[in-house]
Design a protein around this ligand. Sequence first.
Ligand SMILES: Nc1ncnc2c1ncn2[C@@H]1O[C@H](COP(=O)(O)OP(=O)(O)OP(=O)(O)O)[C@@H](O)[C@H]1O
Length: 291
Amino acid sequence: MSWAIESHGLTKRFKRHVAVDAIDLRVPEGAIYGFLGSNGAGKSTTIRTILGLRRPTSGSIHLFGQPLDHRRRPLIGAMADSPGGAFYDHLSAADNLRVMSGALGIAVDAPGLLDRVGLSGKASQKVGSFSTGMRQRLGIARALIGDPALVILDEPLNGLDPEGIRSMRSLLVELAEGRTMIICSHLLGEVEKVATHIGLLANGKLVHQGPLEALRSGDPVVRVASRSPALPDTVRSAGLSLSPTGDVTLPGDWSIAKLNRLLVEASIDVDALIPRTFDLEEFYHDRVSAA
Ligand SMILES: Nc1ncnc2c1ncn2[C@@H]1O[C@H](COP(=O)(O)OP(=O)(O)OP(=O)(O)O)[C@@H](O)[C@H]1O
């Protein structure tokens, strides 16, 4: 496996507060990696250390197999939060892109790039008159200057209406073609729809990381709706796991019928046995509460 980003024991402290706690990131090349966590989990701090805006307290980072060296690091396209990042509101969209490309010393076809992100015909419009969705798109255009192999987008779905979220999702998938994309977000359900891989951060710790497909194709899960206090012991004594929300994972030779027999024989009153499909939000909350 080739990694776009690989960190070992990456840690960032602010005085006594550990914002990022010894995380081993593995972002495969070509992945759409959803970097997920609630407010204050440590996402932005991690990203800032990768971008060289913060020095890690300890640990190492490799980008595309090379140790991170800020004087010679590969181009990383980045979009900060607060829709799309900061712009010159009195300048046009195209001029905003030109200012950025000038600073990077990279030529840009501003109207062409704006077309790619769905801002055709907006090149000469002043950014001060842009909606949240347009600013997000402009922020993504700016992150694509120089066609970077790695793009990091902070909350690209924030502040968008349902239609805006939908079209942003398809734009992200389209733009991720041929590069690695990291999407930082606390909108778990939304990112689940576009990501190929996820990393879940809670209190600075990486509580899970890996391909989403592996989670979706895992053992079947059934929610047991029951108020019986004997349920946890009965389930666990049969060697099964029970989540705080009442989900039982059925490994190997277990079926819903077999689980049902177990509960009947133990005289557990059950209101319903509901087969579950994988839900990232629940998975996240289970992992966080278990951490
Ligand atoms: N410059 C700083 N000085 C002190 N503490 C900081 C600093 N920057 C971040 N922190 C703390 O580090 C922790 C992680 O913050 P961070 O911004 O990385 O979280 P986040 O996951 O990006 O959250 P959000 O989704 O709200 O942006 C928080 O407790 C935050 O208060």
